[in-house]
Structure formats: C-alpha cells, structure tokens
Design a protein around this ligand. Structure first.
Ligand code: ATP
Length: 245
C-alpha cells in the first residue's frame, strides 16, 4: 500500500476513472477523503456514489488514475439493503458476527472477544433483542440496522456506508447520524452516500457528483474544489438547456 505523506487524508484520488463493463461511470475524479472525519457523497440516482464507495473500499478497480491510502485496515463497507437477499436463511447474530471474519477469516473459530464485539454492536444498533431471529423475518429498517451493526463489528478505521439511513424513521435517522459522528470522534474515517441534504450538510466534508463527475468538494481540505458538471450543489439533476422532445 502506498502511503500518503499528508496524514490528514485517509485516501487521495487523482484523476480516477471507473467503469462497469465497457461503460465509464466515473470520470477524472480528483478528491480527498479527510481522515477521522465524516464525508457525505451526494448526487442523483446513477451519479456514481456506490461506484465511488466501491473504489474507496478497494472492491471496484480504478480504470485510470491513482488512489493513495493512509488507513490501516481493510474498509468496512455497508452496502444498500437491497443488495442483500431478503430470504438469506441466517440469523441476525450470524450476520453481525460475519463482520468479525475480517479479523479471523471465514473458517477460523470465533473468539469470546469476537462474540463480545458482535453483542456490543447489536446493542448499539438496538437489535440485540432480535439476535436469534432470521434476517428474512425482519422489517426493512431492522435489517438496515443489522447491516450497520455488521459494519461496526469489523472495527475498521475506514467505514463506508451506502445510504445507511434510507428507509429508517426520523428517530432512527438521528441515531445513525449520531453514530457516524461518534465513530469519527473515535478516529474512524467515515464516508456515506446519501440523498438527505440535511445529513450532507451535517457532514464535515461533502463530495457532490453528477453523471460520474465531480461537481463540488467542500470541507476541511477540499474547500471549493469543483468539476465541470452543470448541476446545483445539492446534486440535483441538471436542468436541460435545450427543449426535451
Ligand atoms: N453492475 C453494473 N453494471 C453496469 N452498470 C452499472 C452497474 N452498477 C452501476 N452501473 C451504472 O453505473 C452508473 C453509476 O451507478 P451507481 O450505482 O454508482 O450510482 P449511484 O449514485 O450510487 O445511484 P443510486 O443513488 O441510484 O444508488 C449508473 O449509470 C449505473 O447504471
């Protein structure tokens, strides 16, 4: 891993492009992810937020450009709930405990400490009482909390979340926002994709994408850095400049 000389950033992307198959979906992205801060990634559907999280996680390869990293652990990536099959025949405890595989490997015995970490994460997300339930029997919001608990159980210094508050009620949304702030205060670098402009406004740092390009980057180290895409800072869809037939 090449380490960034300036340790105030956990990851630096320079002119990074990414593809799905033959189609380029992120173009020449130059952005920084400040260490131990909360970064929000916004933009309309299909603007490239999930792909960017995949790049940051190391799960999606860059087609061009460079990524420099200063984080120590493999990223904990909490995917969108819709990415996880509803009917997966495993319990809540098993799902959260899978977060410990990052430390032990899938085929090693889990230790007492692993089980204690999983228990603490379930408590923190308010799903401890559901531990023995099958994932398939939970509500959408409960399932979302379980996935978040799994992400926390990885105890990574880089926590990436794809729309973690989608489908949650207002109280749960506030809890998740507080949890992300707590994690960054503990030294974790947090990046979350969101459609909620209030969540984005509360982040330390914001990256706005449109059509796979950077619109603006605002925050502790990227003040005012912007791209060429013509959209509002909220990542709203561009207003057509010519009549649409
Ligand atoms: N597996 C895939 N194969 C082909 N194209 C894909 C795939 N995943 C995403 N894309 C395309 O890549 C582009 C960016 O998608 P991405 O999921 O990163 O956007 P997003 O901003 O996260 O969207 P949303 O807000 O809907 O979650 C879109 O045009 C999408 O159609």
């Amino acid at each position: 891993m090449r380490v960034i000389p300036d340790m105030s950033n956990a990851i630096e992307l320079t002119e990074v492009s990414a593809r799905h198959g033959a189609t380029t979906v992120l173009y020449d992205l130059t952005v920084s992810i400040p260490a131990q801060q909360v970064t929000a990634v916004t933009g309309h559907n299909g603007s490239g937020k999930s792909t960017l999280l995949g790049l940051l996680a190391g799960a999606h390869p860059a087609a061009a450009g460079s990524l420099l990293r200063a984080h120590q652990h493999n990223a904990a990536l909490v995917v969108q709930r819709s990415e996880v099959p509803d009917a997966l025949p495993i319990t809540v405890r098993q799902v959260v405990t899978m977060g410990r595989w990052a430390h032990r490997g899938a085929w090693r015995r889990l230790t007492r400490e692993d089980r204690a970490v999983a228990d603490r994460c379930m408590e923190r997300l308010g799903v401890a009482a559901l531990a023995a339930r099958r994932l398939s029997t939970l509500s959408g919001g409960q399932r979302q909390r379980v996935l978040l608990a799994q992400g926390l159980a990885q105890q990574s210094d880089l926590l990436l979340l794809d729309e973690p508050a989608t489908g949650l009620d207002a109280e749960a949304k506030e809890q998740i926002a507080a949890l992300l702030t707590e994690e960054s205060a503990r030294g974790v670098t947090v990046v979350h994709a969101t459609h909620d402009l209030e969540d984005a406004a509360n982040a330390d740092h914001r990256i706005v994408l449109a059509n796979g390009r950077l619109v603006t980057e605002q925050g502790p180290h990227g003040e005012g850095r912007g791209g060429q895409a013509s959209v509002s800072p909220s990542g709203e869809r561009p207003v057509p400049t010519s009549p649409v037939s």
